[in-house]
Design a protein around this ligand. Structure first.
Ligand code: ADP
Length: 183
């Protein structure tokens, strides 16, 4: 059973790699960023609430994200396994997830940290040019990453769940490295 949590700064390549591994293992790829962008496009109640935060590079409040993940992990396509890409992003969300997985009786999840140096990340995001990829918003997302999300590295390392992968290689090399550590 493959249950994976992808950690790493914005621009680390979580989305690209999660898509590749999910395809290869035939499991669900759950990207909270993609779900939010779709909700904003459709102007659903969640999308309307999230828009302001996303546009500014801030985190969407935990409660909204937790409801979203609770709902998504209860869908039948997650039974054969999943990759969480973009959640958890705070220690609060990680505690919530731990309890949720216990409730759902889903165990054995592994956490992969994609390591990429700061200057590489900024260059990649500027190149990507998504709506929330302006220089100012990128800077804010990295600050938020450092203060809110990076502490999860210690959180999962303390729980002996953490696997490290060098994300500063070609896409194919990262996929190969990932496949090895999760085998
Ligand atoms: P990136 O590719 O920069 O890591 P994502 O596509 O994962 O970005 O997410 C885009 C935006 O969606 C984030 O900057 C944030 O505003 C919001 N978001 C996504 N996941 C979460 C989460 N777990 N908690 C709070 N906000 C989130």
């Amino acid at each position: 059973m493959t249950r994976l949590i992808f950690l790493g700064p914005p621009g680390a390549g979580k989305g690209t790699q999660a898509k590749a591994i999910a395809h290869y293992r035939n499991i669900a790829h759950i990207s909270t960023g993609d779900i939010l962008r779709q909700a904003m496009k459709e102007q659903t109640p969640l999308g309307i609430k999230a828009q302001n935060y996303v546009d500014r590079g801030e985190l969407v409040p935990d409660q909204l994200m937790e409801d979203l993940v609770l709902h998504r992990l209860s869908q039948p396509d997650t039974i054969s396994g999943w990759i969480l890409d973009g959640f958890p992003r705070t220690v609060n969300q990680a505690c919530f997830l731990e309890q949720l997985l216990q409730k759902l009786e889903q165990h054995g999840e592994k956490v992969v940290n994609l390591e990429v140096p700061d200057d590489v990340v900024v260059a990649r995001l500027l190149e990507r040019g998504r709506k929330d990829d302006t220089e100012e918003v990128i800077r804010r997302r990295l600050e938020v990453y450092r203060s809110e999300t990076a502490p999860l590295i210690d959180y999962y390392s303390d729980r002996q769940q953490l696997l490290m992968v060098n994300g500063n290689q070609s896409q194919e090399e990262v996929t190969t490295a990932l496949t090895k550590v999760i085998a």
